[in-house]
Write a protein that binds this ligand. Structure first.
Ligand code: URA
Length: 432
């Protein structure tokens, strides 16, 4: 078998078999196949797709590329949540401690930013000294002790995804249902949780742009999970505008802290409560979503969720003084207000453009080696449906680079206004 034949086979639209899929996963992991060849194969998969069987085989090959974590030493139902990636998506920072404050065991493995989307690990690392590298034993002990741990994939968990994820991020090969489904599900299946909620984002800022493809992705992942006896649910949620007002690592942590105090943006709070309600029922800590919603809402207002976040950060060596005093987070040297050039109801705050702009300002990586500027990003002052007057401040751009006219233009290009008022955005599109 050789990699060139496999690349050409996929390029020409044929199905790969189990041996071929195993061969390229093992070969890449063992450094026998070069980055550039795998990049070509990934692009062929993006363009030609994979059927359900190939996707399941790819998931299995990736899952078996490393250790499968056994969480049976933790009593009860272990829960995990995974987002397919969005702009301003800091849901995990709020949802994980919120769930634990209601008695759910959260054993979560998170990822880094990918393409124009941010990642939970990068956001957690914005908190000085936060340690995302626990051993499996430390991970299990911490969940047993305080009910929650959030770590990066341990080096031995789906190492194939770790390598592929970083390569996809910089080769324009993120947006593909089989690649996303196998990446997410291989990690979720290897990481040992019993109940998993998948937040499948849909809209211009998501990898899935329309409800049809988001539904196929969600269904593909739920089917893969069911085959392995996991309690998997998927919720398709809106990503046609950034979630909340802040994009960028420090800025998003600050917004998550406000949300944990019950003072966050409405859309972010609503998504956390809706996803959390489903998970509380999955974890058998509430008998229905209405009861679950009320429990979680109470825990956002009585500080128990925030206190659990402090416990989590302290357990993983993070500096909790940044949580109690968010003003300590470093500010970018340059903070530039953006004034509205138009007047009217905001029809669009293009999440993809905001994600790209945030990346340009330094909040993400353009190459595997890039360092993140934690203080960079965007703070919006408006949401879709708000009325904006001409010359009103609509956003602030934060960066340690010089903020140029081109950056401001990117911001303007992401905004569309109209004269008529706009119906409220529907946040939860579908539950699968
Ligand atoms: N999240 C993942 O873990 N993998 C993807 O491919 C996309 C989003």
């Amino acid at each position: 078998m050789n990699i060139i034949d496999i690349i050409e086979k996929k390029r020409d639209g044929y199905h790969l078999d189990e041996a071929e899929i195993d061969y390229f996963i093992k070969g890449y992991l063992g450094d026998e196949i070069a980055d550039y060849q795998i990049s070509a194969l990934l692009m062929a998969i993006v363009l030609q797709g994979m059927d359900e069987r190939e996707t399941a085989l790819l998931t299995k090959a990736m899952m078996n590329s490393g250790a499968i974590i056994d969480l049976s030493a933790i009593a009860g139902i272990k829960c995990d949540k995974h987002s397919t990636g969005g702009v301003g998506d800091k849901v995990s920072l709020v949802l994980a401690p919120l769930l634990t404050s209601a008695g759910v065991k959260v054993a979560k493995m998170s990822g880094r930013g990918l393409g124009h989307t941010g990642g939970t690990l990068d956001k957690l690392e914005a908190i000085p000294n936060f340690n995302i590298n626990l051993s499996t034993t430390e991970f299990i002990n911490q969940v047993n002790e305080i009910g929650i741990a959030i770590i990066g994939q341990t080096t031995n968990l789906v190492p194939a995804d770790k390598k592929l994820y970083a390569l996809r991020d910089v080769t324009g090969t993120v947006q593909s249902i089989p690649l996303i489904a196998s990446s997410i599900m291989s990690k979720k299946l290897a990481s040992g949780s019993d109940a998993i909620l998948l937040d499948v984002k849909v809209g211009d800022g998501a990898f899935m742009k329309d409800l049809h493809s988001a539904t196929i992705l969600a269904q593909t992942m739920v089917n893969i999970g069911k085959q392995l006896n996991k309690d998997i649910k998927a919720v398709i949620t809106d990503m046609n505008q950034p979630l909340g007002y802040s994009i960028g690592n420090n800025l998003e942590v600050i917004e998550a802290i406000a949300t944990l105090h019950g003072q966050g943006p409405k859309d972010l709070e609503e998504i956390c409560l809706s996803l959390g309600s489903l998970m509380l029922v999955q974890a058998q800590k509430a008998s229905n979503t209405k009861e679950a919603y009320d429990i979680l809402k109470t825990n956002l207002t009585n500080e128990s969720a925030f206190l659990k976040f402090i416990e989590l950060v302290a357990a993983q060596n993070g500096d909790t003084s940044y949580l109690t005093n968010p003003d300590k987070f470093a500010k970018a040297n340059n903070i530039k207000p953006i004034y509205s050039k138009n007047e009217g109801y905001l029809k669009e705050i293009n999440a993809l453009k905001m994600g790209h702009l945030s990346l340009e300002l330094g909040a993400g990586r353009k190459t595997k080696e890039d360092q993140i500027d934690y203080s960079a990003g965007i703070v919006l002052t408006k949401k879709i449906g708000n009325y904006v007057r001409k010359n009103e401040i609509i956003a602030y751009l934060h960066s340690n680079k010089t903020i140029t006219e081109a950056h401001c233009l990117m911001m303007d290009e992401g905004l569309i206004y109209q004269d008529e008022s706009i119906a409220q955005v529907e946040l939860i599109k579908k539950i699968i």
